[in-house]
Design a protein around this ligand. Structure first.
Ligand SMILES: [Zn+2]
Length: 284
């Protein structure tokens, strides 16, 4: 890994909101490994889970063991998702997504690793993307592994639960919606047509691990990159944080654009506290 980007190490620039330094960092890195998080999509109307301190803004999202083990948790999850999916489905890329697609078009993106499940990087034109935490536009059967489009499942949920279709609720992250007081007992959750297995969004839930081959492929890309850029992530989840740790250990400079603190502040070469769209606008 070449460390010749020429930025200071030691995070002395943390807190500086100088977009010029970021432009400089990006121009000097021949090949960047980019890691993006929820802050990249807030400008597209998809709410974030965490506040500027990296703390939960709301109840933590559903846990894998509870989803797989409890029919009541699945009813609650899918009822909220039936209502919340619309905004996720209609969301469009914003300037941050377009800027990163431009970075790839300039030949400067070794890999775009995203913690987001919304597919907005692909919608903006990025091709070399790994969806670290999976994708919300697909449903996976946990019995036979069959994949199907989330929109088809949406239609089926609507057919089985017509009284839920026109509900309006405050939107929550990842196609979820806040329906705390609603009674979910009558909600019908379809199972796999082929094997009657449990259907789950094709995303990595809390309490579930990221598939090893996905992590290894991304780690190989990081080794080929000569700088790392974090966009809109507080890095509170280890699945993302570890890439910064690996970069720092290898002497690869890391810049981050994020509102508020990140768990990796002490490892950063450059930190920009601003909206992702504003900070990356020089690429457009
Ligand atoms: Zn199945």
């Amino acid at each position: 890994m070449a460390a010749g980007v020429g930025m200071r190490r030691g995070a002395t620039a943390v807190g500086m909101s100088d977009f010029g330094e970021l432009q400089d960092f990006v121009s000097r890195g021949r090949r960047l490994f980019v890691l993006t998080g929820a802050g990249c999509s807030t400008g597209s109307g998809i709410p974030d889970y965490r506040d500027d301190d990296g703390q939960w803004k709301r109840k933590p999202p559903v846990n894998f063991q509870a989803f797989m083990g409890e029919a009541a948790t699945r009813r609650r999850y899918w009822a909220r998702s039936l209502v919340g999916w619309r905004r996720m489905h209609e969301a469009r890329p914003n300037g941050a997504h377009r800027a990163l697609a431009r970075l790839e078009a300039r030949g400067q993106c070794e890999l775009l690793l995203t913690q987001n499940v919304d597919r907005l990087h692909q919608a903006a034109g990025s091709r070399n993307v790994v969806d670290l935490h999976g994708r919300i536009d697909r449903v996976r059967c946990m019995g036979c592994g069959r994949l199907s489009p989330r929109q088809d499942f949406q239609d089926e949920l609507g057919r089985r639960n017509p009284e839920w279709v026109d509900r309006i609720a405050p939107e929550a992250p990842d196609g979820d919606a806040d329906l705390e007081s609603a009674d979910f007992h009558s909600f019908v959750v379809p199972t796999c047509e082929a094997c009657d297995g449990v259907l789950k969004p094709d995303v990595v839930f809390f309490g579930e691990s990221v598939p090893r081959e996905r992590v290894e492929a991304a780690a190989r890309s990081l080794e080929r990159a000569d700088a790392m850029l974090v966009v809109g992530s507080s890095l509170m989840v280890y699945s993302g944080l570890r890439f910064v740790e690996w970069a720092a250990r290898a002497g690869t400079p890391v810049a981050a654009v994020n509102r508020g603190r990140t768990r990796a502040d002490a490892m950063l070469t450059l930190k920009i506290e601003a909206s992702c769209e504003d900070a990356l606008s020089f690429l457009l």
